[in-house]
Write a protein that binds this ligand. Structure first.
Ligand code: NAD
Ligand code: DAU
Length: 340
């Protein structure tokens, strides 16, 4: 049975991946390494903690000592790196930690994989490394050969990490793959991101802050579909390759926000147009042909079903997000939205 290291497994996608792997690979050991930043939440992993095949280790991927000692203790078959600073607005406010965690942290993990026997390494990247597409060219999509062209400190840090991963493959023969996914949504999504922020604000009858004109387009994918794609790439992806993951599910932000309001039976008067995000990417759209043809992956959850499940999850798990919204996050919200 295999042993997987999942970094950043106390965050949104990482935790969903932990649960996906425990369900789909019974008997496999899943070790989670997470620093527990503001975005990491041990309560999310409460159920996983009851499983003897799961182990949680608190630690920073940029801390070489911590990482190497974990690689001494455990024999990993694969490392899947979700650990990152992930919020674009925070990267615009304070870029430095993004460069440290997202680039240097990735380097430490790559070094550990080299040092302990060319361990298989998968980098969870993002479609944001491709920059954006114009709104008036719906015929254009990101493919794996679209040039990297970043907009925010966040996307620049993710793109830098991708370049490093590929450099390790070419220079040292590291056994790597990269996936670049579009916007995810689903359970355990931190309420600073569009969909959970809109759901939780609406439930408090609080204004829903839409940046600019709300016409920016994102390609939404239910998180479980992303987890499945990563599992397929780790198992059967070609070493040294990049795979795009996306749902052909483009929506404007305004469409998404109105859908959320409809699902919650809340009025559209809650929508408040606010100052735009600097450098705001207009449109993301993934062409997932490669992963479909090579690995047989396709998105299984359509947006209508996925958003229904997501809204239901937030209604049934108020304790999880109310704690976040009433804690230290309040100061962040005040700072980010007060002058918008
Ligand atoms: P998240 O912010 O919800 O979670 C990040 C996790 O990483 C948290 O648990 C945090 O504690 C941990 N972490 C942060 N710095 C760390 C460090 N130095 N050492 C160890 N752990 C650390 O992020 P997410 O939305 O789940 O994204 C996960 C990954 O997927 C990121 O790499 C992100 O770039 C990528 N991604 C996200 C999306 C999306 O829509 N959310 C889409 C495509 C790709
Ligand atoms: O595309 C993948 C990326 O998706 C990931 O790499 C990032 O980690 C993830 O955070 C996400 O980035 P976005 O910037 O697209 O997600 P966010 O939820 O922050 O914003 C989605 C859209 O909604 C974007 O156009 C900005 C807009 N928005 C966001 C917030 C938080 C608003 O209009 N109002 C808001 O309050």
């Amino acid at each position: 049975m295999k042993t997987y290291l999942v970094t950043g497994g106390a965050g949104f996608i990482g935790s969903n991946f932990v649960y996906y792997m425990l369900k789909e690979h019974p008997g496999a050991r899943i070790i989670c390494l997470d620093k527990l930043t503001y975005a990491g939440n041990l309560e999310t992993l409460e159920e996983a903690m009851k499983n003897p095949d799961f182990r949680f280790v608190k630690g920073d991927i940029t801390d070489r000592k911590v990482v190497y000692s974990l690689f001494e203790e455990e024999t990993f078959d694969a490392v899947i790196n979700f650990a990152a600073e992930s919020h674009v607005d925070r990267s615009i406010d304070e870029p430095e930690i993004f460069l440290k965690t997202n680039i240097l942290g990735t380097q430490v993990l790559l070094d550990a994989c080299r040092k302990y026997g060319n361990i298989r390494f998968h980098q969870v990247s993002t479609d944001e490394v491709y920059g954006d597409l114009p709104l008036d060219r719906p015929d254009l999509f990101f493919t794996e050969s679209t040039p990297i062209h970043t907009s925010s400190p966040y996307s620049a840090s993710k793109a830098s990490a991708d370049l490093l991963v590929m450099a390790y493959h070419r220079t040292y023969g590291s056994a790597v793959t990269i996936s670049r996914c579009s916007n995810n949504y689903g359970p355990y999504h931190f309420p600073e991101k569009l969909i959970p922020l809109m759901i939780t604000n609406a439930l408090f009858d609080k204004a829903l802050p839409v940046y600019g004109d709300g016409a920016n387009v994102r390609d939404w994918l239910y998180v479980e579909d992303h987890c499945k794609a990563i599992d397929m790439i780790v198992e059967n992806g070609k070493i040294g390759e990049v795979y795009n993951i996306g749902g052909h599910n483009e929506k404007t932000n305004l469409e998404v926000v109105k859908t959320v309001l409809r699902k919650l039976a809340k009025p559209e008067s809650l929508i408040q147009f606010v100052k735009d995000r600097p450098g705001h990417d207009r449109r993301y759209a993934i062409d997932p042909t490669k992963i479909k043809n090579e690995l047989g992956w396709f998105p299984e959850t359509d947006f209508e079903t996925g958003i229904e499940k997501t809204v239901k999850w937030y209604l049934e798990n108020r304790e999880w997000w109310e704690k976040i919204k009433s804690g230290e996050y309040t100061a962040y919200y005040e700072k980010m939205y007060k002058n918008r």
